[in-house]
Design a binder for this molecule. Structure first.
Ligand code: GDP
Ligand code: IMO
Ligand code: MG
Length: 425
């Protein structure tokens, strides 16, 4: 069985929590895009794990894979492995030999470019965009190169002059490109990771032939996708479900389920339009109650009402077979709860987001009100035990998006989850 899970909004929907839960039923959990711009939180037994590169099936002890479509900072990965193993979590982790390596100069370029922009993107400053540029430009360093010092040196000889020039042109220090201590550190980490290098496509295809189950873990979310998102305020990878097959080297007919993780409201970190953003006390209340601060950067997340107009587009982009609705508990005590069901754009009413980011920024949300509830729902285990207004809210979202909500999350803990049907089993 092959399941793809992606974020349905602007990232931070609670993918880590849902992956951890689902991992119980899977043999392999594999990351297919993004890098350590991702921050996926798993809370088990009151203990919080913040994962940036290691797939969120780690706590369940599954076979974990990092696919070749990921951009990987070896330092971050090494520190993460060390931190998890020091907590007694044994990792069975494989990294594809073709995984793109984020070099220190990518981070420097990301910083310099962001500083120079008159309109900022608000990147995570992890070098993500510049590492992907090098992949497409065929000037990347790959995981396999870190275990072959001679190959790395030859590659850097070829790549370095253009990077040095680019950094110097932006007012940075070009010596970072060939700074020996960094290169030695990367080679040292390469040595330590050598035995983990694998061919992810081959592993996954063999696993599927052997009737094992594979869960592909998306990072970021639909509207941060570099093609379909709100350019230029996006990340540099393909974040929708279709990208999992291309990035992992698995044929599309192998896909059985596509799970969308969607928050009961909406958040965004970084710049770019979000039509239902609440800049008032209610938005601040959602941020505090939902602990909406970036897992990777600590930045406050912008909060707003659930946007079913964007939601529908996300369903189209990903082809969800089911959804996990997270953070319903954060809406407890709010009355009424608003759902955006249309936009007004230049005097017209529309039910689907415009393609242009500028037009999206001009859209005024049109709301429908739903009655709230006051009961604490964080310990609820059965769907029918949720207050009627909470159920009505969930079912209204299903109607608007045309996809079943098969799990409702009512707290950060693994056990704070209500399953409605058997989730893709
Ligand atoms: P991801 O990037 O999609 O994995 O999401 P993050 O981990 O960045 O952000 C989600 C945050 O919400 C984390 O702090 C989670 O522990 C937390 N969380 C997940 N599900 C729930 C939920 O249902 N209720 C509450 N209150 N918190 C949740
Ligand atoms: P997870 O996987 C939320 C945002 C950044 C910025 C834009 C581009 O935890 O959901 P980048 O560093 O990728 O070039 O930044 O994308 N961004 C995220 N926002 N969750 C994420 O990951 C994100 N990864 C990147 O804030 O706006
Ligand atoms: Mg996150």
């Amino acid at each position: 069985m092959f399941t793809i899970l992606t974020g349905a909004q602007f990232g931070d929907e609670g993918k880590g929590k849902v992956i951890d839960l689902l991992a119980e039923n899977y043999d392999i959990v594999v990351r297919f895009q993004g890098g350590d711009n991702a921050g996926h939180t798993v809370v088990v037994g009151g203990k919080k794990y913040k994962l940036h590169l290691v797939p969120s099936g780690a706590i369940f002890g599954r076979r974990l894979l990092i696919g070749p479509g990921v951009v990987l900072n070896p330092r971050v990965l090494w520190n993460e492995i060390q931190a998890l193993e020091s907590e007694g979590i044994k990792l069975d982790l494989g990294i594809d030999a073709k995984t793109t390596i984020i070099m220190p100069y990518h981070i420097e370029l990301d910083n310099l470019r962001e500083k120079a922009r008159s309109v900022k993107i608000g990147t995570t400053n992890r070098g993500i965009g510049f590492a992907y540029v090098d992949k497409i430009a065929r000037e990347e360093v790959q995981m396999g190169d870190l275990i072959d010092p001679a190959l790395l040196e030859t590659k850097l000889d070829e790549i370095a002059p253009a990077k040095e020039k680019a950094i110097a042109d932006m007012g940075g220090d070009p010596t970072i490109v060939r700074y020996a201590p960094y290169i030695d550190e990367y080679l040292e980490i390469g040595k330590r990771l050598k035995d983990r290098v694998t061919d992810v496509s081959r592993e996954i295809n063999i696993a599927l032939i052997e009737e094992k189950s594979v869960l592909a873990e998306g990072a970021q979310g639909a509207f941060l996708d570099v093609i379909h998102g709100t350019q230029k305020f996006v990340t540099s990878s393909f974040t929708t479900a279709g990208s999992a097959c291309a990035n992992l080297g698995v044929g599309p007919v192998m896909v059985d389920n596509v799970v969308g993780v969607i928050k009961a409201y909406i958040t965004r970190v970084g710049e770019g339009p979000m039509p239902t953003e609440l800049t008032d006390d209610l938005g601040a209340m959602m941020r505090e109650k939902g602990a909406e601060y970036g897992t990777t950067t600590g930045r406050p997340r912008r909060c707003g009402w659930f946007d079913a107009v964007l939601g529908l587009k996300s369903v189209y982009l990903n082809g969800y077979t089911e959804m996990a609705l997270t953070k319903l508990d954060v809406l407890t005590g709010i009355n009424p709860i608003k759902i955006c069901v249309g936009y007004e754009l230049d005097g017209e009413t529309i039910g689907y987001p415009p393609e242009s980011t500028r037009e999206l920024a001009r859209c005024k949300p049109m709301y429908e009100d739903m009655p709230g509830w006051t009961e604490d729902i964080t310990e609820v285990k059965e769907y029918d035990d949720l207050p009627k207004n909470a159920r009505d809210y969930v079912e209204r979202l299903e109607d608007l998006l045309g996809v079943d909500v098969s799990a409702v999350s009512v707290g950060a803990g693994r056990e704070q989850t209500i399953f409605r049907d058997e989730m893709e089993e």
